[in-house]
Design a protein around this ligand. Sequence first.
Ligand SMILES: Nc1nc2c(ncn2[C@@H]2O[C@H](COP(=O)(O)OP(=O)(O)O)[C@@H](O)[C@H]2O)c(=O)[nH]1
Ligand SMILES: [Mg+2]
Length: 247
Amino acid sequence: MPDPTGGCSVPETREFTDLPQRAVRIGVAGPVGTGKSSLIATVCRSLADRLRLGVITNDIYTDEDARFLRAAGVLAPELIRAVETGACPHTAIRDDITANDLAVGDLEADHGPLDLVLVESGGDNLTATFSPALVDAQLFVLDVAGGGDVVRKGGPGISRADLLVINKTDLAVHVGVDVDRMVREGREVRGERPVIALSRNDPASVDALSAWVLGLVDAQRAGRHTPHDPGPMAPHTHADDHDHRHS
Ligand SMILES: Nc1nc2c(ncn2[C@@H]2O[C@H](COP(=O)(O)OP(=O)(O)O)[C@@H](O)[C@H]2O)c(=O)[nH]1
Ligand SMILES: [Mg+2]
């Protein structure tokens, strides 16, 4: 009787539930200096005893953020990896996510299983958002020192990231900014999407951020969270690079 498999071995059927669970991925975007690396350090300090964490940083020319986080001692150094984008940061988190996707995959392969990988965008302007193909959810970080009007300047991250963070609220009194107003203006443009006023020196606000992260991880695991695209940046070109266009 002929071999019905034609000599090929038939792979064992695997239940969906047998598949290894991949880490939930959260992207952290926002302008340079708003406190993205510090926020990641805060989340790691707060949740390292509850989640197996990893971090991928993006810098244009260096691995500065990865070195900062390793020096801060928030995770074992091998759980923090840098991607040098070599190009405008939004390219690596949205237009061609290959380097970041591989970095997360390699980190999990080498040190997994992990529960959560935080991906920090190289600081860009108000237009940069992550592709939902790279991260399951994303937060957008502004700070009070950037000015009380910055929420009103809008953009896809401010309006539609899964979470908007108004950071460094401890500085508000020094820079004459009304935090409540910034939060209110954020809520006005974001509808149901949450806004957190954060300072790393304010434990209640750190607890709120940690609760959001844990809720997101739970929702993603339970299939209750659908990654969504905050939307593209406005079409633009780079004046000194005629082949580089985003539409
Ligand atoms: N006062 C204050 N400073 C902060 C806070 N978070 C971050 N910073 C400072 O803001 C600066 C930029 O932070 P960093 O995390 O490197 O920003 P990134 O460029 O967005 O990653 C650093 O000097 C931080 O120490 C905060 O909650 N309060
Ligand atoms: Mg940083």
